[in-house]
Design a protein around this ligand. Sequence first.
Ligand code: C2E
Ligand code: MG
Ligand code: MG
Length: 408
Amino acid sequence: MTGVAPAAIALVPRMVPETGDLTTNALAFLRNHLDMDMAFLSEIKGHQMELRAVDAPGFEHLASVGDLLDLDDVYCLHILEGRLPELIRDTNDIPLCQTIAITSRVNVRAHVSVPIWRTDQSVFGMFCILGRAPRLSLNNRDLEVVKAFAALVADDVNVTLDGEEQTIAKRRTITQILETGGFDISLQPIQCLRDQTIAGYEALCRFNPVPYRPPNVWFQDAADVGLQLQLELDVIERAFALLPDLPGDCYLSVNTSAGTLASGRIASLVPDRDGRNIIMEITEHAAIEDLDVLLMEIDRLRDMGVRIAIDDAGAGYSGLQQIIRLRPDVIKLDMSLTQNVDQDVARRSLASAMVKFAADTKAKVVAEGIETEAERQTLRRIGVELGQGYHLGRPTPAREVLKTLKSA
Ligand code: C2E
Ligand code: MG
Ligand code: MG
């Protein structure tokens, strides 16, 4: 075993992964297989090691989960730094073992211990099986078996720790975005398909960090670390700030998750509590948790003139049930339904059905993702009133749109 510099040990993150069944089962299997008394997985934390998983039937008073041991009192460092071998048949044969506190405290006679490596080649801790009687039959094949199990456990530990590190990194990035306002708003026009006038704009968030990632990915990251509400509210506030500079006959369509809508915090952001040119698009593709609270908030916003849209209708959870339950003022047909609508009778038929449903429920239909003139013509013929898509206008930074509007 090659020596490992203490610096590598210092790299060990001070995080506590859950040790799952794999580790527990591996410890029990190896302890039985080697006919030993105790087995444990330890994590090295500074100058101590903590027992993270233990299999020691009858010896729980000597080793249990959470026990903290000083590294000077155990074999770990000596093994990592090459002063002790990974496999010891009888500690009585090795003078160094007699100077280490655990030898007499637990009466260690046989000892097999291998490191658990992190993906960055630092040491997480040790995988250790020990016996209170010598085991002269222990051989290299036993050591190889222990190493094989240790590698499996290391994979498990690394998956957990890598996940935790990613979460910490995500949280750091999103917090930074929140603190620095690290995003901008783009506007994409929503056109009246009949006369090509602009009925409104959808506010689409663009995050500053490079490389570019779509906004829904950022919002998902924020949700993963519990910051979705804060981020969405900050974006909504920034979008609402554009309202005074938009033509009076144009509405602003702003995305929100159902959860942020249900939080009740959007109403206070509506300028002058007048939401007649605001549409809130429920964008989320997840099931709605508390429908009653959501409906209450929707009513409160509607009292201020805000209209409600179902985004991406026809995709994922934005299905028919949601449309029926939320009684939207606007139904935004997902682009999976509008793309190639001119060539596909099934899409045409569904779009027509939506138009009929919208007319009956006094809602408007916006077709998203119109990319060709043929799609636009077809949707218009079917009776879709409004459209959005690259063919009609790309999302453009809000300040450029406002500049163009001012100079027009
Ligand atoms: P969405 O609300 O359905 O927005 C429409 C998306 O389709 C936008 O992508 C837009 O750039 C894109 N798009 C528009 N026309 C076309 C087209 O003709 N073809 C194609 N292929 N795509 C088109 P974007 O901006 O990347 O946004 C993706 C999603 O991120 C949005 O989908 C929405 O779910 C979410 N999102 C964006 N901004 C916000 C925001 O401020 N708040 C929240 N909660 N979600 C947002
Ligand atoms: Mg949208
Ligand atoms: Mg959409």
